[in-house]
Every structure is written in C-alpha cells, then in structure tokens.
Design a protein around this ligand. Structure first.
Ligand SMILES: NC(=O)c1ccc[n+]([C@@H]2O[C@H](COP(=O)([O-])OP(=O)(O)OC[C@H]3O[C@@H](n4cnc5c(N)ncnc54)[C@H](OP(=O)(O)O)[C@@H]3O)[C@@H](O)[C@H]2O)c1
Length: 228
C-alpha cells in the first residue's frame, strides 16, 4: 500500500526499544528491529510480523553486514535507541577505564556509526532520524551527579549528533535527540515516573508531528524543547 511506513529500530530486545516496536506494530508499520542475540529476542518474538536483525552496535563488522542486508530499503523512521548505564557506582576513583570506554563507545560513538550507515535510507523530505538521548545530556541540568559518567555520555551523544548533522548538509532531514521521560525499564528502575507505553506513544506522536520539519531538535516525549 502506498501509505505503508517502514521503521528501523536499533536495540529492541526490551525496554523502550521493544515498546517502540509494539506501538509501531499497533499503528500498522513495517518494522525491522535489531537485537544483539537473535536466538534470544525476548518479548520481541511475540510482536507479529517484525523482521528481526542482529546488531551489536559496537562491532563495525556487524554494522557493515547489516547495512548490506538492508541495502535498498527506505525508512520513514530510523530510531537509534540502544544505550547503557555504564558501571555502578560511578565513582571516578574506582571505575575501570575499560568500562568508561565501553560506555562512551556505546552511548556516544556507536549511535553515530549506525546513523552514518543508514542516513541515506531515511525517506527524503518526510523521514525522521531519531536518537535516544536523555535530559541528563543537557550540561545545564544539575541533577544526576551520581550517574555523572552516563550523564556525560549523553552530553557527548548530543554533541556527536550536532557534528553529524553539520557533516550531512541535508536541510530536509529531520533529526531528533529525544528524552523519553524517566521510564520504568531495567535502566530507569521501578521508581521511574512513567511506563513504557506512555513514553513510547508520546515519542511516536512527536515524531509524527516533526515529520517534514527539517533540522535538529532536542525534545522530550511530550514535544517540549530541551536545552542542549
Ligand atoms: N529508562 C529511562 O528512564 C531512560 C531515560 C533517558 C534515556 N534513556 C535511554 O533510552 C534507551 C533505552 O533504555 P531502556 O531504559 O529501554 O534500557 P534497557 O531496558 O536497559 O534496554 C537497553 C537496550 O539497549 C540494547 N543495547 C545495549 N547495548 C547495546 C549494544 N552495544 N548494541 C546493541 N544494543 C545494545 C539492549 O540490548 P540487550 O538486551 O542485548 O542488552 C537493550 O535492548 C537508552 O539509550 C537509554 O540511555 C532511558
């Protein structure tokens, strides 16, 4: 059908990525979703008609292979959702250097490597490229000192998104750095403010509202603009 829409969701085994897939499926989208271990797709296997692909974001060979497999497809939405909290507690005197390296690689560098490989397949004029950022990535927010490395990794992601958008020279491209809210997932914890359906429905409404509106914006799941 002419108005069928295609989405590529990176990191969909659980949490917000899985929620995005569930909402898009409810809305009738064609969905390609990545997981690190396709033999254990978790609840993703219960979502009908999802095309599951393997991707460990930090493995460039896997990134290149996925790019080859998805060659020629056009996406109305590419959402780079995957991310990690990093080592806990985030005591700078005790954390391992390799854990800090993994955190920044996963949260700030790998998402841009993904975006570089798929930006050419985002539908011209109406497609949206979204990254899962966090309000903690705003350097002006005083909260979150106890997870200062995670906070810095999301600030780094925001900076990398900015450089990526400048590099692309594509004014038609809608790029969103999104804050999902504080959400009840393995990462957000059970004391978080909102559930996955509320967050993911909200983000998809904002994506719909922003489609066709070229440029880079940092917004939350309610569409409120955030300070970089
Ligand atoms: N929950 C919140 O309150 C909140 C707030 C702000 C921002 N965020 C951001 O939202 C995103 C999703 O978080 P969540 O709360 O849904 O966390 P989650 O439940 O811990 O899920 C994280 C997802 O990322 C995947 N992932 C992690 N490292 C990866 C890698 N190297 N390559 C590929 N996939 C990888 C995980 O796959 P596996 O199952 O294989 O581990 C999992 O699917 C993250 O970027 C997070 O920083 C969350």
């Amino acid at each position: 059908m002419a108005d069928e829409k295609n989405a590529l969701i990176i990191g969909a085994s659980r949490g917000l990525g899985l929620g995005l897939v569930q909402r898009l499926q409810e809305d009738g989208w064609n969905i390609t979703a990545t997981v690190r271990n396709p033999l254990q797709p978790g609840a993703l296997k219960d979502v009908p008609d999802v095309h599951i692909e393997q991707l460990e974001m930090n493995d460039t060979a896997q990134l290149d292979a996925l790019q080859q497999r998805l060659k020629g497809q056009v996406f109305d939405l590419v959402f780079v959702n995957a991310g990690v909290m990093g080592p806990l507690p985030q005591d700078l005197e005790r954390v391992q250097n390799s854990d800090i390296s993994d955190l920044f690689m996963t949260n700030a560098v790998a998402p841009i490597r993904v975006a570089r490989r798929f930006v050419g397949q985002v539908r011209k004029d109406s497609g949206v490229l979204a990254f899962m950022s966090s309000i903690l990535g705003s350097v002006t927010i005083p909260d979150g000192g106890e997870i200062c490395l995670y906070k810095a990794s999301k600030a780094a992601l925001n900076s990398m998104i900015n450089s990526f958008v400048v590099e692309q020279q594509r004014p038609d491209l809608c790029v969103l750095a999104m804050h999902p809210g504080w959400v009840k997932t393995a990462m957000g914890g059970e004391n978080a403010e909102i559930d996955v359906p509320t967050s993911t429905r909200g983000m998809l409404e904002q994506i719909k509202a922003q489609s066709g509106n070229g440029g880079l914006r940092f917004i939350n799941y309610k569409g409120e603009p955030l300070i970089w």
